[in-house]
Design a protein around this ligand. Structure first.
Ligand code: FES
Length: 110
């Protein structure tokens, strides 16, 4: 029997001061991850919109804790990844974020 173990890795995103409140940045992993600063708290979701894979970090708009897709205007809750406006139907994958020694990290399976 083959035992497959999942491991997790912390990937450095940027220094805390490089991602100001109200902004989002894209981490070029496979798949890419969007990391947000919402009022000083950091969150991370899948970067690709679940409707048709636009980059939310590059083409989306943040307002009231939501990211609005720049292509067809679906909205997602940044804290939960839940869809808050169509046409997207599936939620965004959420990732854990940690701040260590003044830098922002995202936790990904490796
Ligand atoms: S690609 Fe985001 S709503 Fe269509």
């Amino acid at each position: 029997m083959t035992v497959t173990e999942k491991s997790e890795n912390l990937v450095r995103v940027c220094a805390v001061e490089e991602l100001a409140p109200g902004n989002v940045t894209r981490v070029n992993l496979q798949p890419p991850i969007a990391v947000y600063n919402i009022e000083g708290e950091f969150y991370a979701t899948a970067d690709w919109c679940s409707h048709d894979k636009s980059s939310l970090a590059d083409e989306g708009f943040i307002e009231n804790g939501e990211i609005e897709c720049g292509w067809h205007f679906a909205k997602f809750c940044i804290k939960t990844g839940a869809v808050t406006a169509p046409p997207a139907a599936a939620p965004l994958t959420k990732y854990e974020v940690q701040v260590v020694d003044g830098a922002v990290y995202v936790l990904v399976e490796g």
